[in-house]
Ligand binder design. Structure first.
Ligand code: DOR
Ligand code: ZN
Length: 393
């Protein structure tokens, strides 16, 4: 029940040579002489051990949408990307709006090889919140359209009483016209979310797509941005239905400005909104919105480090430390902490279909330059050696 990972690691803000002794899934020491009988896994200088990445926005589907993705497939995608913990979204079929469904899903997620958390959906009957006690509730534009803002405000008040955070997909559906979702819909919702935050409600706005949203909410709410809004634009994405996503990709000039704000530390977290659909659906006349990126998200982020645009500490803060405290998970590489880390081989590559391990194996992010491939991931007491498929504990 022990193993030692030997190599370079990012520990408490610095890269140093370590021997991470893990016993029973817990880091015992960082400079151990391997005890008798412990498996030693040695990595070369071209590898780097990083705190495990944590993704607070994924869609693992399953249930009535298992043809798009399953819990097990989603977990494979996470491990492939060096992600040790995920927060799944409640827009499953059925949508998770009751304490009973919330618990059922958490029980199913508990069997996965990665740490599984779940955002609750907006309940029709708000007393479900006190029964489920979620740490977060996800508010979709569709919830606003069907329940109205007064219901969302009652939810904020109940959430505040219970100590939970409202996570907004921030687009005001009053400004949608047919399938078109103009930027004003996000801007209007951002203004409203800023007001709610000023009233003292704890708000997180996910997948910000406009520089305006970042400026309107900075310091009031926490924010995350996705790889697709940071790296793709409505001008550059040429893959038809594969580029369809909500909020939509924005023009190149706005994407650059969003990336610049992200690089300057104005966005709290990086999160994928990994949203699998089948290739057939994405190539159809009316493609559903959603982009897959969980398997390659960390590598796209680490490319910014490689290019000198982001510090390693910033990358770790954006995709590990901040989201890990949001999700209530520990990813620090430190004695006494659970072993939640990932080993990356430091090489450049262009994203391709071969990099995907979940059910969704295509993405408009294909072709982008990436840096660092996850080769081993420690999570929930096991070390997954991704290239041999071996699991060490
Ligand atoms: O692009 C999106 N896909 N945006 C959403 O809000 C939902 C998601 C999905 O579940 O497919
Ligand atoms: Zn989503």
């Amino acid at each position: 029940m022990c193993y030692v990972v030997v190599g370079k690691a990012y520990v408490e803000g610095a890269v140093r040579d370590v021997s991470i002794l893990v016993e029973g899934g817990v880091i015992k020491s960082l400079n151990a002489k391997p005890p008798e009988g412990c498996r030693v896994i040695q990595f070369s200088k071209r590898h780097l051990v990083l705190p495990g990445f944590v993704d607070i926005h994924v869609h693992f589907r399953d249930w009535g949408l298992a043809h798009k993705e399953t819990l097990a497939g989603g977990a494979r995608a996470a491990l492939a990307g060096g992600v040790v913990a995920v927060m799944d979204m409640p827009n499953t079929r059925p949508h998770i709006r009751t304490a009973e469904l919330f618990r059922k899903r958490l029980e199913e997620g508990a069997g996965l090889p990665v740490i599984y958390r779940l955002h609750m959906g907006v309940p029709q009957d708000l007393s479900e919140l006190a029964k489920a006690r979620p740490s977060t509730v996800k508010v979709y534009p569709e919830d606003v359209a069907s329940f109205g803002w007064p219901h969302i405000e009652a939810l904020l008040s109940e959430c505040s009483r219970l100590g939970c955070t409202a996570v907004f997909h921030c687009e005001d559906p009053a400004l949608f016209s047919g399938p078109s979702r103009p930027p004003e819909a996000e801007a209007k919702c951002a203004d409203r979310a800023a007001l709610y935050a000023k009233m003292g409600y704890r708000i997180h706005v996910t997948h910000v797509s406009l520089p305006y949203t970042v400026r309107a909410l900075r310091g009031l709410a926490t924010l995350d941005a996705t790889p697709h809004h940071l790296f793709l634009s409505s001008d550059s994405c040429r893959a038809g239905g594969l580029c369809r996503v909500n909020p939509p990709l924005r023009p190149e000039e706005q994407r650059r400005e969003l990336l610049s704000l992200f690089l300057r530390g104005y966005v709290d977290m990086y999160a994928t909104d990994h949203a699998p659909h089948t290739l057939e659906e994405k190539l159809s006349q009316d493609p559903p919105p959603g982009i897959c990126s969980l398997d390659v998200a960390a590598s796209l982020l680490l490319r910014l480090w490689r290019d000198g645009l982001l510090g390693l500490d910033d990358a770790v803060r954006l995709y590990s430390h901040r989201p890990s405290s949001f999700a209530g998970v520990s990813t620090a590489i430190w004695p006494g902490r659970p072993a939640n880390f990932a080993v990356f081989r430091l090489e450049e590559f262009a994203v391709s279909r071969q990099d995907f391990r979940g059910s969704c194996r295509f993405s408009p992010l294909e072709g982008l330059r990436a840096f660092g491939r996850a080769v081993a991931v420690a999570a929930k007491g096991a070390l997954h050696l991704l290239e041999s498929g071996e699991v060490v504990s």
